[in-house]
Design a protein around this ligand. Structure first.
Ligand code: UD1
Ligand code: CA
Length: 458
């Protein structure tokens, strides 16, 4: 099979974004616009992906350094889409086919593109078009009376009757690389904008008897470019609606599909219930029967079966075992690992902490750098004092221990198996198994104490 090269045009400045960030690095669904396009190219099994960059090139390259096998070509001056493609051509093999995509058209789907690639492999010039209610600003598709595509005319070069056509050029096309090379070499900039138009190759194909095969995409937002922040927001909503549909198809109940955001990848078991205003970031996995209350943020987390997360929790870099209950108002920070059936209640923060099965930490507590065994009860207001200003130290609480309320555990410290810490204690030395540790000051009592009184005003 002829190998596929994908050329992604991304040299435009994106002035209308009014931003220091290059346009193609603006995020959509948690990934840059350009990362979406590179992802679509990968899913088509492109052998080569070339990005034509211009403005902010270094920042773009740095931001996408994690993408392997991307070739970068600079277009120092933006002389038009045809000129941009010409910059990439020296890197392409004539035996294959080339697909042209755009760094600021992020939601294009591989399923839409595959037929274009197939048509190019069969010797056609495949062109992606769309019908728009308002075609203003776009290149119009000119067909002959048998419906065959003859050429594309840019808005600025079009006659009034051509401007009435509602079928427009998305800019996306695929064709044999050798043909593309010939035609691009023949482009001129004799037009209203003084640019080398890639779109002029359509007329050259028609002249050379290469069949031009138009494919029409039904959903205009899929081929919508991002020029300003309003368009970015519209595409973000469209993308989120699509994510929500996938979640529901896979067996999740969304109390309001318009109020769940997935900024990364989310996998869900069945009978998951997600309440309103929940945000997922990075890679999140939810087991079967997970319930998430309103206003939660989950980032890079693995949540076991039947876990219940009550409202207003933030969970990041954590693993939560089956049947655990979290929140409301809990914060699980990176490297938190909770075993099955753990309860974490309101205003509890954990960091780099493992908690064994059945343990409860229900109120107002900080556990950092801690290893907590099974069936431990941590009372309200317990703090692990893990930081001495320079180093972090570990707290170990063994199985079955009971930590009374308002205790400070000054690390490094170990609380033995089944040990009890009396409320209000400050524990800075280890406590043996089975013992009671109390560090409270002795109570003093003065009977019949005369409290000072204010002199009465006259
Ligand atoms: C282009 C098409 C038009 C189509 C429209 C769809 C041409 C001549 N016209 O018009 O038919 O309807 O897209 O949005 O192709 N770019 C470069 N280098 C350049 C010029 C552009 O990399 O020298 C990139 C831009 O970053 C942008 C894309 O190509 O991502 C399109 O460029 P733009 O100037 O927006 O083209 P349009 O005039 O909108
Ligand atoms: Ca444009």
């Amino acid at each position: 099979m002829q190998q596929l090269s994908v050329v992604i045009l991304a040299a435009g400045q994106g002035k209308r974004m009014v931003s220091d960030l290059p346009k193609v690095l603006h995020p959509l669904g948690g990934r840059s616009l350009l990362a979406h396009v590179l992802g679509a190219a990968s899913r088509l099994e492109a052998a080569v992906r070339v990005v034509v960059y211009g403005h902010g090139g270094e920042a773009v390259k740095t931001a996408l350094a994690g993408e392997s096998g991307v070739l970068w070509v600079e277009q120092a001056e933006q002389l038009g889409t045809g000129h941009a493609v010409a910059q990439a051509l020296p890197l392409l093999d004539d035996a294959g086919v080339t697909l042209v995509l755009y760094g600021d058209v992020p939601l294009i789907q591989p399923e839409t593109l595959q037929p274009l690639v197939d048509a190019a492999r069969q010797g056609q010039l495949a062109l992606l078009t769309v019908e728009l209610a308002d075609p203003a600003g776009y290149g119009r598709i000119i067909r002959d009376d048998q419906g065959r595509v003859q050429r594309i005319v840019e808005e600025k070069d079009a006659t009034p009757s051509e401007r009435c056509l509602s079928e427009i050029n998305t800019g996306i096309l695929a064709v044999a690389t050798a043909k593309l090379r010939d035609w691009v070499a023949g482009l001129t900039n004799e037009n209203a904008q003084g640019e080398y138009y890639l779109t002029d190759i359509i007329a050259l194909a028609a002249r050379d008897g290469v069949p031009v095969e138009p494919f029409t995409v039904a959903e205009p937002l899929e081929v919508q470019g991002v020029n300003d922040r309003r368009q970015l927001a519209a595409l973000e909503r469209f993308h989120q609606a699509r994510q929500a549909e996938i979640l529901m198809r896979n067996g999740a109940t969304l109390l309001d599909p318009a109020r769940v955001d997935v900024r990364g990848s989310l996998s869900t078991g069945q009978d998951v219930v997600i309440d309103v205003s929940v945000v997922f970031e990075g890679t999140v996995r939810l087991g079967n029967g997970v319930k998430i209350g309103p206003f939660c943020v989950l980032k890079n987390a693995i949540i076991g079966d039947d876990v219940e997360i009550l409202s207003h929790c933030r969970i990041e870099g954590a693993e939560v075992g089956a049947g655990a209950q979290i929140g409301p108002f809990a914060r699980l920070r990176p490297d938190t690992r909770l075993a099955a059936g753990v309860h974490i209640g309101n205003f509890v923060e954990t960091k780099k902490t493992t908690i064994g099965p059945g343990s409860k930490v229900n109120h107002l507590t900080y556990l950092g750098d801690a290893e907590v065994g099974a069936e431990v009860n941590v009372g309200a207001g317990t703090i692990t004092c893990n930081y001495d200003g320079a180093n972090k130290h570990k707290t170990v609480i063994e199985d079955g221990a009971f930590i009374g309320s308002n205790s400070s555990l000054v690390a490094p410290v170990r609380i033995g198996r089944g040990a009890t810490i009396g409320a209000g204690s400050s524990v800075s030395r280890s406590v043996p198994d089975g013992s009671l540790c109390l560090t409270r000051a002795q109570r003093k009592e003065v009977a019949n104490w005369d409290r000072p009184v204010k002199p009465k005003k006259l």
